[in-house]
Design a protein around this ligand. Structure first.
Ligand code: LLP
Length: 429
């Protein structure tokens, strides 16, 4: 599943002992395994090989240039949601013809940039946006390729904040409105509307919601065909869930087996936009224990990473496994967990001034001492990419391990980075 494994008492990332690395890179830092990243991409590619889809890695999961360019080298395209991601995508070496662009709020400037670069297509989320892209394309004397993002109104059974395919969500266009758009598509003279897109949510662990959404869209493709409307692309989005705790998500093969028959029926070129499935288990956050604080109610393990570095527990009550980087004093089971009698219930918290600043609550963990290093697992997706400077904390370094070598793929920010661009009005001086 991933290449963070114990050898003896020490946690390794591929062939590098994490403790050794943390003597060279100050904690906290994100640590990525190249092999895990690529393995996950290949698993998906292999599962879908019979239709050879374009797999556009969703940059929002982790847009570090090393991560993106590793995947691009493997043949991935990129799924973007902003001008900033477009900028980073171009730096990753991806061909513009492999970039797809979603977002309910693309600005005029962002649309212009994407048209100039010549991306594969926009995933369009409203009629107003369609009109805007048409206008911008006309001014640039270009044609824009567009896929309509359908909101298929299915329940993906995931956290409400990452559910995107219900009609109460802001995303996509309902079937009826979409049909009307296709019927009057000639009015949009600078648009080539030749694709459909869905993305029903994230961390979806069963195939059933995907199957039901894709079936609805496949029926819609057939309905359009009857009106002599031919399409070229079907983009089925991302959303594949991974293991954080004890989930049993569908494997890439199971997912492919469930959806391939419907996808083949459509006869369209298929695009996938996975983020978490590829990057999630390829990264950990390494943190150091600063203090152990015992109160009448709790034992708090205070670490040097905070919710600004990894916001998922605070925002979605997300579970991330926490493992010691070295097992010193106590025996452990093969899984890396200490035997039950040596575990204690603790809260793992950060230094930030918020009670939501925690990584685990009432978690049974091997006895932890000040100075110990901890691995917060499953932090490769939506970890660094959602981090912030809250409490004026510098964003942490990112490190990639390839076999027995490590590379700093993003330097830790300095205090000067914290004031970059800020000025005090001269009249206040
Ligand atoms: N395509 C579109 C249009 C998306 O909106 C997303 C994610 C993806 C693809 C990739 O989804 P994935 O394969 O990674 O599930 N911050 C949340 C997840 C938000 C997902 C937003 N959209 C989290 O930490 O759980």
């Amino acid at each position: 599943m991933h290449d963070f494994k114990y050898k003896g008492n020490s946690l390794y990332c591929e062939s590098i002992r994490v403790e050794d690395l943390s003597k060279k890179v100050a904690t906290p830092f994100y640590l990525y395994s190249y092999k895990t990243l690529i393995d996950h991409f290949r698993k998906l590619k292999k599962a879908f090989r019979s239709i050879n889809p374009l797999i556009c890695y969703s940059m929002k999961a982790n847009s570090n240039l090393a991560i993106c360019s590793s995947l691009v080298k493997e043949g991935a395209g990129l799924d973007i949601v902003s001008g900033g991601e477009l900028f980073k995508a171009t730096k990753s070496g991806v061909s513009p013809k492999k970039i797809v662009y979603a977002s309910v709020g693309k600005t005029q400037k962002e649309i212009q940039q994407a048209l100039k670069i010549g991306i594969l297509f926009f995933n369009v989320e409203s009629e107003a946006e369609l009109e805007n892209i048409n206008r911008v394309a006309r001014n640039l004397k270009k044609d824009a390729k567009v896929a309509i993002r359908i909101n298929p109104d299915v329940e993906p059974k995931t956290h409400q904040y990452i559910t995107t395919g219900r009609l109460t969500n802001k995303f996509g266009i309902d079937f009826r409105t979409a049909k009307n758009i296709f019927l009057k598509r000639k009015e949009f003279r600078n648009l080539k509307i030749n694709g459909l897109h869905i993305h029903i949510g994230s961390q979806i662990i069963k195939s059933a919601p995907f199957v039901s959404a894709i079936k609805r869209v496949a029926n819609f493709v057939a309905e359009l065909k009857k009106e002599l409307i031919d399409l070229e692309f079907l983009n089925i989005g991302g959303g594949l869930g991974i293991i954080y705790k004890d989930e049993k998500p569908q494997t890439a093969d199971e997912f492919a087996k469930a959806v391939l028959p419907i996808l083949k029926q459509t006869g369209l070129k298929i695009i996938l936009e996975p983020g978490r499935f590829i990057a999630g288990n390829a990264g950990i956050l390494v943190a150091k224990v600063l203090y152990i604080k015992k109160t009448k109610a709790k034992t708090f393990v205070i670490v040097d990473a905070g919710m600004n570095d990894l916001i998922r527990p605070a925002l979605y009550s997300a579970y991330h496994e926490i493992l010691p980087i070295e097992h010193r004093a106590f025996p452990r089971l093969r899984s890396g967990q200490a035997s039950i009698e040596h575990r204690k219930k603790v809260d793992i918290v950060g230094p930030i001034c918020e009670s939501a600043d925690f990584f685990a609550k009432d978690r049974l963990l091997p006895r932890i001492n000040e100075g110990d290093l901890l691995a917060i697992m499953g932090a490769g997706a939506y970890g660094f990419s959602m981090s912030s400077n809250y409490n004026c904390r510098s964003r942490v370094a990112e490190v990639m391990v390839i076999k027995n070598k490590f590379f700093i793929t993003r330097k830790r920010e300095t205090y000067n980075d914290l004031i970059r661009g800020e000025t005090i009005p001269s009249i206040l001086k």
